[in-house]
Design a protein around this ligand. Structure first.
Ligand SMILES: NC(=O)c1ccc[n+]([C@@H]2O[C@H](COP(=O)([O-])OP(=O)(O)OC[C@H]3O[C@@H](n4cnc5c(N)ncnc54)[C@H](OP(=O)(O)O)[C@@H]3O)[C@@H](O)[C@H]2O)c1
Length: 273
């Protein structure tokens, strides 16, 4: 399969109002001259991004304000992507976490996490794959998972579960795709400096985090060159291989201690002790 060329093509980026999605939208527009469909809940941020990119990068941008934990919004997003322009690629990036003891995650919050991180992604992927197969058009879909889906992270147990689901789902689905011009990429970053990690619970872990620009650049590279599973950052890639050689229980126990230490510095009122 030849590499994707985003020039003047339409690319969907979910979760484009901040963090990795925002940065990928910037780089896709400025460096690859892609037209963008940008989606998230915060309309003001999306409209500001549209204005900036249309002015500074001279690309077309379509805004779809959607809450991906709401099934009707997911359907509206699908129809907005498949009607009105020819979709070339999709970055399914929107996601949320819960960092803290699992016992503190309410059932309602857990269901929102699963709706956002899993159910919307499965629905979007399924419909987009169907579309690309039916139209026999060239394209690429990238699902943003996490290293937490490869090595489960205690105190982000539900989040790790959702990201692990995505890796299993996408690795299996990729082998069902018949089209020879459609690729499915699974992107699994380690920690990144974004709003997700901007809370004080992550204070102790800041040195582990990758700059968002680098993560976005490597994500676009993975999508463009049609990588299958891709972990950004040389250290993360080496760690990923090395950690798989060690007993899983030992690795998870080290992660548990590290995350617990970072959490313990924040008291129940959310103040640093
Ligand atoms: N930061 C990390 O350390 C890290 C590491 C590995 C993987 N990841 C993954 O990278 C992806 C992006 O995260 P980030 O770090 O960039 O976090 P972020 O800055 O918090 O961005 C998350 C994005 O998802 C959108 N989003 C959240 N809930 C949504 C909903 N219900 N409907 C629609 N959009 C929603 C947010 O927009 P609105 O709030 O405007 O809706 C925002 O644009 C996530 O899938 C995350 O799991 C992050």
């Amino acid at each position: 399969m030849r590499a994707l060329d985003f020039n003047n093509k339409w690319v969907l980026v979910t979760g484009a109002s901040s963090g990795l999605g925002y940065e990928m939208a910037q780089q896709l527009a400025h460096q690859h001259h892609a037209n963008l469909i940008i989606a998230a809940r915060r309309a003001d941020k999306l409209h500001q991004l549209k204005a900036d990119l249309e002015h500074d990068a001279n690309v077309q941008v379509k805004v779809i304000v959607a809450d991906l934990s709401v099934p009707e919004d997911v359907e509206r997003l699908i129809s907005g992507c498949l009607n009105g322009q020819e979709l070339y690629a999709a970055v399914l990036n929107a996601g949320i976490t819960h960092f803290g003891p699992h016992a503190e995650l309410s059932q309602h919050a857990f269901e929102l996490l699963v709706q956002t991180n899993v159910i919307s992604v499965v629905r979007l992927t399924g419909e987009l794959v169907k579309h690309f197969e039916q139209t026999r058009s060239e394209g690429g879909i990238m699902i943003v998972s996490s290293m937490a889906g490869i090595f489960p992270v205690p105190y982000q147990a539900a989040y790790s579960g959702t990201k692990s689901f995505l890796i299993g789902f996408a690795n299996a689905l990729a082998h069902e795709i018949q089209s020879r011009v459609l690729s499915l990429t699974i992107f699994a970053p380690g920690g990144i400096v974004t709003e997700m990690t901007a809370t004080e619970q992550f204070n102790d872990l800041q040195s582990w985090l990758m700059p968002v620009r680098q993560a976005a650049k490597e994500g676009i590279y993975a999508l463009k060159t049609r990588k299958f599973n891709y972990v950004p950052g040389a250290i993360n890639r080496v760690g990923n291989v090395f950690m798989k050689l060690l007993p899983k229980k030992m690795i998870i126990s080290i992660l548990a201690k590290t995350y617990q230490r970072s959490l313990s510095k924040v008291n129940k009122k959310g103040k640093i002790q």
